[in-house]
Design a binder for this molecule. Structure first.
Ligand SMILES: [Zn+2]
Length: 414
């Protein structure tokens, strides 16, 4: 069971776009680049719309069958902890173990001391050279104290899955949903801890500097990100040797979708290091459903306008679960009356993520990004519209994933 060098995490909120998503991966294959498809859905997402991981699995299997996909593919239990993991045990073969909540809770001092004693001097020397730092014992202890409890929680969750799950599975450890980013040096020691716990970690998702808001571009210092990402890739290579971690270990970028200004930098770093990456996206496909419906005009366009009008009235409720990953300025949201007067082109160009289009409105885009609950409440009305306009939606889904995500990250634009 191998994830491969390149993999993409795709979210499909209503489990109707599996084929269109897989088509994007097939386009990459035709360009000679193998990307493993992974369908991810978090507990938060499932609970907002009352769906079940079994539905994601069925949709993935059906898409693979329909497209004749012969490669590996996975279903990811995204951001699970001990309280939520059981829900995913039957359907998933990829587990994103989220221990962000345990970061900063102090680990027992004797464990910290033992961890630091266990580090070989030559390992530390290599780290200092790679990261261009000199580390005192006190600094290392401080890092260990901050992360060891999170690491041991990851061990607990891993063993919980191992004991209950039939067959093999991919392990990702995520620490991205927290306020403070992890430095490359911290990442190194976190990996040391994960190795000590015996976790065969395939991907690790740190929190990078800057804001990774949902569905919109990166907000932060691009140059700093470039440097940090580059060092993270080097550090991972070093950690694999030093701690005997699985050879294919790679970074997972929980992108929140659409970090277009970072994609070329990520691609360059991967190429320079010969490294792999897992790129996790989620809501981008749901927005392409809305774009496709709007483009279809008539009832489809009217349905999108209805969803938007309801979303405006329920702004606080919808934004709440995503408060730390969206930045919406309500004064920049067009009113329901204004939207009502828009034609398909105006709505599509306002919503589609093309930063250079004068109509593009990232506030409207972020609000709709978190409004999938309204579509879920519409039940059959929404699902029937997806079916009625499946061709125009599928074209948007495939183009978006391939042109705007897969191509810049895995293939490069040169
Ligand atoms: Zn995440």
């Amino acid at each position: 069971m191998k994830l491969g060098k390149f993999s993409i995490g795709m979210g499909d909120r209503f489990a109707h776009e599996g084929e269109a998503q897989l088509e994007a991966v097939i386009l990459a294959q035709k360009m000679g680049v193998e990307v493993t498809p992974v369908w991810n859905k978090s507990f938060r997402e499932h609970s907002i719309i009352n769906s079940h991981p079994g539905q994601t699995r069925l949709a993935a299997d059906a898409a693979v069958q329909a497209c004749g996909w012969k490669g590996a593919y996975f279903c990811d239990a995204d951001h699970i902890g001990l309280k939520t993991v059981d829900f995913f045990l039957d359907a998933c073969d990829f587990y994103t173990i989220d221990v962000a909540d345990f970061i900063g809770q102090p680990a027992p001092p004797e464990e910290v001391k033992a961890f630091v004693r266990g580090l070989a001097p030559e390992t530390l020397q290599k780290l200092e050279t790679e990261a261009d730092v000199i580390l005192s014992a006190a600094q290392i202890e401080e890092i260990a104290a901050r992360y060891l409890l999170a690491v041991s929680e990851a061990g607990k969750i891993y063993r919980h899955i191992r004991e209950r799950k039939q067959g093999d599975f991919i392990v990702e450890v995520s620490m991205d949903e927290t306020l403070a980013p992890q430095t490359p040096v911290e990442l190194f020691f976190i990996l040391g801890g994960l190795a000590q716990q015996g976790i065969p970690v395939a991907t690790i998702a740190p929190k990078f500097s800057g804001r990774f808001n949902k569905g919109v571009d990166y907000v932060g210092d691009v140059t700093q990100f470039k440097h940090e990402f580059d060092q993270d890739v080097s550090i991972l290579k070093l950690a694999v040797q030093a701690f005997h971690l699985p050879a294919g270990l790679k970074l997972s970028v929980h992108s929140g979708s659409d970090k277009f200004s970072l994609y070329p930098l990520i691609h360059d770093a991967l190429e320079r290091h010969g490294a792999g990456v897992h790129l996790k996206t989620a809501g981008t496909t749901w927005l392409e459903e809305l774009i496709g419906l709007a483009e279809a005009g008539g009832e489809g366009l009217a349905l999108v306008k209805r969803i938007y009008a309801q979303a405006l009235g329920r702004f606080e409720e919808l934004a709440k679960p995503y408060a730390t990953v969206i930045d919406i300025d309500p004064s920049r949201l067009p009113s329901a009356e204004v939207i009502e007067s828009w034609d398909a082109v105006k709505l599509v160009t306002s919503l589609r993520h093309n930063r250079h289009h004068p109509n593009y409105n990232l506030h409207l885009r972020q609000l709709l990004h978190v409004s999938f609950k309204i579509a879920a409440e519409m039940g059959d009305v929404y699902l029937k519209a997806l079916k009625a306009h499946r061709n125009v939606i599928a074209r948007n889904v495939t183009e978006n994933l391939y042109d705007r995500h897969i191509k810049p990250v895995f293939i490069g634009s040169k």
